[in-house]
Design a binder for this molecule. Structure first.
Ligand SMILES: Nc1ncnc2c1ncn2[C@@H]1O[C@H](COP(=O)(O)OP(=O)(O)O)[C@@H](O)[C@H]1O
Ligand SMILES: [Mg+2]
Length: 254
């Protein structure tokens, strides 16, 4: 499969999810869903609550195994994908439920599972805090007291921290599930800038969002889902938030 943009460039998708089906008991979360993304593109996934966006992302990261369908990364099929293999293949995600440890501070969360140790093999908290401060500064993320446990930060600050952790370990394919839902306007704008930087670095960025104005601000293309299926796939330069909203509403009426 190649994707044509403006009839001039043909780019190979870095990730394809093909004909993905997933049921949870009586609920059909994904019903033959297809998705592709190319390097250096910001793809938005939109759709009503419960249409399967988060489930699709989790399938792409190996957190949920599909009942049917194929995951192809760099042209190679990935069978029985698990999170560790997905990470090895270059796929990472910031989850909607964030997966932070509420008891650990900012540094403890950024370095979770890969703590810096001193020559005596003790965890080097000082170095970790210094590196965390530096990282947050580079990302223009403001958290007044980084020694607070993550559980006592505001929703927006927790989202910023989860994004900082992802930026600390960038991968060629990065999913973000509703990354700014708890953020104010200014904080959100900073995160959108970070996503643009990732695009410039050639990373394939997939953002799930319900904010269509934000989607049209940052994304190159939008995939619209309804009831576990793709109902539209449009370039932002050739569509409008109103048109995409219509796709979502029509999908819901089916
Ligand atoms: N672990 C699960 N167990 C049972 N049902 C689930 C589970 N995860 C998702 N679902 C159901 O699958 C459907 C799609 O959910 P989800 O992918 O979270 O939607 P979205 O992210 O678009 O809001 C919903 O009906 C949801 O209730
Ligand atoms: Mg969701």
């Amino acid at each position: 499969m190649t994707v044509c943009y403006n009839n001039s460039m043909s780019i190979q998708p870095i990730l394809q999810l093909q004909n993905i089906h997933k049921r949870f008991g009586a609920v059909t979360a994904l019903d033959g869903m297809n998705l592709h993304v190319v390097p250096g593109e910001i793809l938005a996934i939109v759709g009503d609550n419960g249409c399967g966006k988060s489930t699709l992302m989790k399938v792409g990261c190996g957190v949920i195994q599909p009942d049917q369908g194929h995951i192809v990364c760099n042209g190679k099929p990935l069978q029985g994908l698990q999170p560790k293999e997905a990470l090895k293949a270059g796929i990472s995600a910031v989850y909607q439920d964030l997966a932070l440890d509420p008891m650990r501070d900012c540094a403890g969360n950024i370095f979770l599972g890969k703590e810096i140790t001193s020559f005596t093999f003790f965890i080097d908290h000082k170095s970790m805090r210094r590196k965390t401060e530096q990282l947050l500064h580079e990302l223009s993320i403001h958290i007044p007291d980084i020694t607070q446990p993550a559980g006592s930060l505001s929703g927006g600050q927790r989202q910023s921290l989860a994004i900082a952790r992802a930026m600390h370990e960038k991968t060629p394919i990065m999913f973000f599930d509703e990354p700014t839902s708890a953020m104010g306007v200014r904080e959100s704008a900073k995160i959108l800038d970070l996503l643009r930087h990732l695009r410039e670095e050639g990373i394939a960025v997939i953002i799930i969002s319900h904010n269509l104005f934000q989607v049209f601000d940052v994304a190159d293309r939008v995939t619209v889902m309804a009831a576990g299926k793709k109902v539209a796939d449009v370039l932002c330069s050739e569509s409008t938030p109103e048109e995409v909203n219509q796709f979502i509403l029509r999908g819901r009426a089916k």
